[in-house]
Design a protein around this ligand. Structure first.
Ligand code: SF4
Ligand code: ZN
Length: 280
C-alpha cells in the first residue's frame, strides 16, 4: 500500500498515508477543528480532563505545543485499570511539567464504583465523572476532553435510541460554561478513534491501550460495535452522522437548564449526579 500523496510506504489506510503525511493530516485537522468551532479564545485557562488513555494523552501532547495547560483526572477506583492509566498519566505530566490534580469519587460524597456494585457501572460512573470534573472546573475557562468521532457518534445514537433528545444539547464541539463551570471542548470530535491510536503508536505517546473491564457491559459498547460494522460497509458513515448533527440537531437543541442542588447542567430538576448522591 502506497501513500496517496507521495508514493512512499503507507502506515494507514482509508486514505493511504505514509507516516509523515498521516501525522501532518492528523495535526492539521486537530488545529482546524479548534479554529472551525472557535474552541479556544485568547487568554483562556485550559485544563485537560485526562484519564491517562490514548485520547487524553494525545490532546495534551498537541495542546501543550501551543498553550499552557493543566490536567485533571478522576479516580473511580477501578482496580487493575485506573491505577495503571493514572500511573501513565503521572509520568506523562511529570516529563512535560504539566500540573496534575487527581479527584477521587469519595470527594463527591459518592462510594467508589466497586462499593456501589451497580448492574450497569458505566451509567453511574459516567455521571459521577462528569460531576467531579464540573465541580473542579471553576478555576479554568475550558475543560478539554479526548472525546473522538466514534465517542460522539455513539452518544448521538444512544440518545436518539433512548429518545433523550434534550441531552443532545450537552453535546457538540464546545458546550457553553456558566458561572463557576468551565466550557467543555472536544478538539478530536472529527477524528476517528483508530487514527488517534495510530498517532500515539507512531509518536510513542503511549503503548498502553488498556480498556476498562466494564466497557463490554455498556450500551455504548453495543452501539460502538454496530457503528463499526456500518462504517465498514459504508465508509464515511460516522463522519456523516456527526456533520448532520452539527448542521441541524445541535442548533435546534442548544439549551439546558440548571440543577436545583448544584447548579450544573440538567435536563430537568436535579442533575443525574445529584440524584445518585442524594439516593446513597
Ligand atoms: Fe467508567 Fe464504564 Fe468508562 Fe469503565 S467503561 S471507566 S466503568 S464509564
Ligand atoms: Zn506520503
Amino acid at each position: 500500500m502506497e501513500c496517496e500523496s507521495c508514493g512512499q510506504k503507507a502506515v494507514i489506510s482509508g486514505p493511504a498515508r505514509c507516516k509523515q503525511h498521516f501525522i501532518e493530516h492528523f495535526e492539521t485537522r486537530f488545529w482546524e477543528t479548534i479554529e472551525r468551532f472557535s474552541l479556544i479564545r485568547d487568554d483562556e485557562m485550559i485544563c485537560v480532563a485526562a484519564s491517562g488513555g490514548k485520547d487524553s494523552l494525545a490532546v495534551m501532547h498537541l495542546l501543550s505545543k501551543r498553550y499552557p495547560i493543566e490536567a485533571l483526572a478522576v479516580d473511580e477506583g477501578i482496580p487493575g485499570y485506573r491505577d495503571r492509566t493514572l500511573e501513565d498519566l503521572r509520568s506523562f505530566c511529570e516529563q512535560r511539567g504539566i500540573p496534575l490534580k487527581v479527584v477521587d469519587f469519595n470527594d463527591l460524597g459518592a462510594k467508589s464504583l466497586a462499593e456501589q456494585n451497580p448492574a450497569h457501572p458505566c451509567s453511574v460512573c459516567g455521571v459521577l465523572r462528569r460531576k467531579a470534573l464540573a465541580d473542579h472546573s471553576s478555576e479554568y475557562d475550558i475543560i478539554a476532553t479526548g472525546h473522538n468521532l466514534d465517542d460522539e457518534c455513539q452518544t448521538i445514537l444512544m440518545n436518539l435510541l433512548r429518545n433523550q433528545r434534550s441531552l443532545l444539547s450537552r453535546m457538540g464541539p464546545r458546550t457553553h460554561g456558566r458561572e463557576g463551570i468551565a466550557s467543555r471542548i472536544k478538539p478530536f470530535c472529527l477524528t476517528p478513534e483508530r487514527e488517534i491510536r495510530a498517532y500515539c503508536l507512531l509518536l510513542g505517546i503511549t503503548a498502553n491501550f488498556a480498556e476498562c473491564p466494564n466497557v463490554v457491559k455498556s450500551f455504548r459498547w453495543k452501539v460502538g460495535e454496530a457503528l463499526n460494522r456500518l462504517e465498514q460497509s459504508r465508509p464515511g458513515a460516522k463522519r456523516n452522522i456527526m456533520e448532520r448533527f452539527l448542521s441541524e440537531v445541535h442548533e435546534d437543541t442548544a439549551r439546558s437548564e440548571s440543577c436545583k442542588r448544584c447548579g450544573g447542567p440538567s435536563a430537568s430538576g436535579l442533575c443525574r449526579a445529584c440524584q445518585l448522591v442524594v439516593n446513597l
